[in-house]
Design a protein around this ligand. Structure first.
Ligand code: ADP
Ligand code: ZN
Length: 821
């Protein structure tokens, strides 16, 4: 038996992860890694992605591929390598990694459909057709067989047609389509906007038409209109004009024209109300920006992988450096990925990129509709989009030939996926840069402790941006809330109230930051001292005044406001604590003349609401903006001269090794909102721990002091000095879940440390919300000194099947966990 070739094909879940297929001779030239292929599975045909073609002793034993669907790979090859790394590193299946990179509807979204066209129908009706003259009799037979396999009206998937007739190669199909026998169409996902257009057959010329149209000026006019339409020999049809409609019917009959529905490109950028025209001249970089860009520019020109950390305070011009670097990469022929934390929260960023680069920008994030994502995917594949702006999943965008990857706000927690695969988009971007040999630019005003450590270890190159001279750093004051205050009931201290009054007088704006949405976070029973909890979760319910409901911030369930205490039945329930809604009320009383806006997840419902709120505040419609961490994100409010932080300690108390880091980042960012003007802004931080090193570093504008201290605190315990894997367990029964966690911890501890030095196991433990949607959760923590050692240890544990639970307890691995609770 002659050896041949086989191909490994990957499928997204729930299909099997990877399977091998034989390659029929007709397809051997076409199968390429990254191309979508059709393959038999059971008694169906499914679509997957070809991975690698290998020589194979006995390909006859394998089922053969039935079709290759792409002429050019749907996924660039370096992305396949990346997905393969991702699935191993984050302990997911390849199919799960693949799914994260695909548009909704997965691989089949672009399946070809086939339908009869007018000449094909005439042929089936037995009309004599001059068009058949060029076809050989063999070809004529093939054509007839295929056409008779098609329904008279409507379209059918190409593969169904092929099952009923012989397979015909793509070139021949395109030729028959050009001659007007049949039509091929990409099946569109639902919800696409359609437009009726008239289109000339590619093979029809003006000569062909001259005679047929000589006596009908109206038809000739229509024909000309379509023929001369710029570009594609097509024109949109006005629905209403009856004369035009008659002319269209005549031209259809004469076989000169066809009418079809076309999908109008859905532009997610226009939904964000962002202009797509290019703006005039980009600003010239300041000397400080030039200096920072220098080393990066070299790496871009050399097409060399290197990871940079661009570190500069808010407003120092980081985004401008990204945009110049992107221009550099585009000029070199490279494509550019921009990854931002949550695109819905940072519409301004996408706006700036698109106003600089216009139509070449595609958006890629989970907020897009299925249709939008499909369109953007296709534009990337066709090379129409050379820059992609998107959130976490943009790290896996199917954009080839990368010349630069930018990750803005690299410290942001939203880069970590909390679903399988649990990847960290910033780290994936860094790895992607390595695999495809392009520079990666991480930017932040408050970098993660990990990235700061990577700079110190020489893994990343630091680029710093100074604060522009015209921007004065804000004056930060810590207000010690332990000192007795006249009014203890109010959340607003007298210093803050005074400072706000001054702003109101001067017609300047204030931002108040309180990281707790809703009205009140507790409903407490004074009789039994129990707070009202979510029935499904171990968390108190937050009262939301706007809906009058009790909301669980863990599972999202809404409950009615209880009449009596669910625990003891007493009629003595009281709201305790302050969320943004209650603060808004309190402000109304304190400053009756002020115009107040609130910005949190409850206030931002639906597309465009956020931009509207920000625009309104920015244009001076409000004096005070109250909000959660949404107010800390990169907006530019030149008239804000005061920022108040109401409960700086709250986030310090979360039992997580990152709580100090997160607090430092939040406070620095929110303080930065007051530093965007020539006159120095003022920041008042109310705290019970004014001596805490986080607050001291924020006050002194001394991030170095914070990073030094934080790195020291974590030494020997936590990242970046240790690498972690959190084993997450979840089950319907509390005892069984904890017992399973105990068993896993025990078995992990049983792996000999001689071959795994420095690995330690902690737990089992219960997370803060140990009950979520009536499922009980437990944790086991694995620590190792390096990522490689952690991976080797996990490999060993998987070989020993330690994570395979036999009971109803689900076990999942979270490598490099972000949230520890
Ligand atoms: P960051 O991303 O660090 O917050 P930006 O790039 O948004 O900073 O810059 C802050 C402001 O300064 C923006 O309004 C931007 O347009 C402006 N800016 C940045 N660089 C320049 C420059 N070289 N010349 C003029 N304006 C600039
Ligand atoms: Zn709940």
């Amino acid at each position: 038996m002659t050896p041949g070739f086989s191909v490994r094909v990957a499928f997204p879940p729930p299909l099997p992860d990877r399977l091998d297929y034989g390659i029929p001779e007709t397809l051997i030239e076409k199968v390429r890694p990254g191309a979508r292929v059709e393959a038999p599975l059971g008694n169906r045909y499914v679509v997957g992605v070809a991975l690698s073609v290998v020589e194979c002793e006995d390909p006859q034993k394998l089922r053969p591929l039935t079709a290759v669907l792409d002429d050019s790979p749907a996924l660039p090859e370096d992305l396949l390598d990346l997905l393969s790394w991702l699935s191993r590193y984050y302990r997911a299946s390849f199919g799960e990694a693949l799914r994260a990179a695909l548009p909704p509807g997965g691989l089949s979204a672009e399946r070809l459909h086939i339908a009869l066209d007018s000449l094909g129908r005439s042929l089936l009706d037995g009309l004599p057709l001059p068009a058949l003259a060029h076809l050989s009799s063999r070809e004529r037979n093939r054509l007839l067989r295929l056409l008779s396999a098609l329904p008279r009206t409507g379209e059918t998937p190409l593969r169904t047609a092929f099952r009923n007739a012989n397979r015909v190669d793509r070139e021949t199909l395109r030729d028959w389509e050009a001659r007007g026998f049949l039509r091929l169409r990409d099946r569109e996902p639902p919800g696409a906007r359609r437009l009726r257009v008239a289109r000339l057959y590619p093979a029809v010329s003006a000569e062909d038409a001259r005679e047929a149209l000589s006596r009908s000026p109206r038809q000739e006019e229509l024909f000309r209109l379509v023929l001369d339409a710029p570009g594609k020999r097509r024109a949109a049809l006005a629905e209403k004009d009856p004369n035009r409609a008659r002319a269209v019917r005549e031209l259809l009959k004469k076989g000169l024209l066809r009418v079809e529905e076309e999908t109008v490109r859905r532009s997610p950028l226009s939904d964000h109300r962002l202009a797509c025209e290019r703006t005039k001249e980009p600003p010239k970089l300041r000397p400080g920006q030039e200096r920072a860009l220098g080393p990066l520019r070299e790496a871009i020109r050399d097409g060399r992988n290197e990871t940079f950390l661009l570190y500069g305070p808010p407003g120092s011009g980081k985004t401008e450096v990204y945009l110049h670097a992107a221009e550099e990469a585009l000029a070199k022929g490279g494509n550019v990925l921009f990854i931002v934390p949550e695109i819905a929260l940072t519409p301004q960023f996408a706006g700036r990129v698109s106003s600089r680069f216009g139509d070449e920008v595609a958006l890629w994030h989970s907020g897009l509709s299925a249709g939008e994502r499909y369109d953007e995917w296709r534009r990337m594949r066709r090379g129409q989009a050379r820059l992609v702006v998107g959130a976490r999943m943009a790290a896996l965008a199917p954009l080839g030939r990368l010349g630069l990857i930018v990750v803005d706000e690299e410290q942001d927690g939203s880069y970590k996926s909390e679903d399988r695969p649990r990847y960290q988009a910033r780290d994936v971007a860094v790895m992607r840069g390595k695999l495809c040999g392009c520079p990666v630019l991480l930017g932040s005003a408050t970098p993660s402790v990990e990235s700061v450590a990577n700079v110190r270890l020489g893994r990343y190159t630091e680029l710093t941006l100074p604060r522009p001279d015209r921007l004065k750093p804000p004056h930060v004051r810590l207000i010690d809330m332990k000192k007795p205050r006249p009014s203890t009931r109010s959340l607003l201290g007298s210093e803050l109230v005074l400072a706000m009054e001054k702003r109101l007088e001067r017609r300047e704006q204030t931002i108040l930051f309180l990281n707790r949405r809703g009205f009140a976070p507790y409903l407490l029973c004074r009789a039994c001292r129990q707070p009202v909890e979510c029935p499904g979760c171990s968390l108190t319910l937050t009262y939301h005044r706007t809906t009058g409901r009790m909301l669980c911030h863990a599972c999202g369930a809404r409950h009615p406001y209880p009449e009596r205490c669910p625990a003891c039945g007493a009629d003595d329930l009281h709201l305790v604590g302050v969320g943004t809604q209650r603060l808004e009320d309190e402000l109304d009383l304190t400053f009756p003349e002020a115009r107040i806006a609130r910005l949190d997840r409850d206030a931002v419902t639906g597309k465009g609401k956020l931009s509207e709120l920000l625009d309104n505040f920015s244009s001076g419609l409000h004096d005070i903006l109250v909000g959660t961490q949404m107010v800390t994100k990169g907006h530019d409010f030149p008239n804000v001269t005061l920022v108040g932080v109401l409960d700086a300690d709250q986030s310090l108390h979360i039992p997580d090794f990152r709580s100090a880091e997160r607090t430092f980042q939040l406070l620095t960012q929110v303080a930065g909102r007051a530093g965007r003007r020539e006159i120095a802004g003022e920041v008042l931080i109310q705290t019970y721990q004014p001596d805490h090193y986080v607050l001291q570093a924020v006050q002194a504008h001394d991030p170095e002091a914070f990073y030094r201290r934080e790195l020291r605190q974590r030494r020997g315990l936590y990242p970046p000095h240790r690498r972690l894997c959190l084993v997450r367990l979840e089950g319907p029964d509390e005892d069984r879940t904890l017992a399973a966690a105990g068993e896993i911890a025990l078995q992990l501890s049983g792996i000999p440390r001689t071959s795994h030095p420095g690995v330690s196991i902690l737990g089992p433990s219960r997370p803060l919300v140990f009950r979520l949607r009536n499922r009980f959760r437990a944790l086991v923590l694995v620590k190792a000194e390096t990522a490689a050692r952690l991976q080797r240890f996990l490999d060993e544990a998987e070989r020993r099947k330690i994570f395979e639970s036999g009971s109803d307890v689900r076990v999942s691995l979270d490598v490099d966990p972000f949230s520890m609770v």
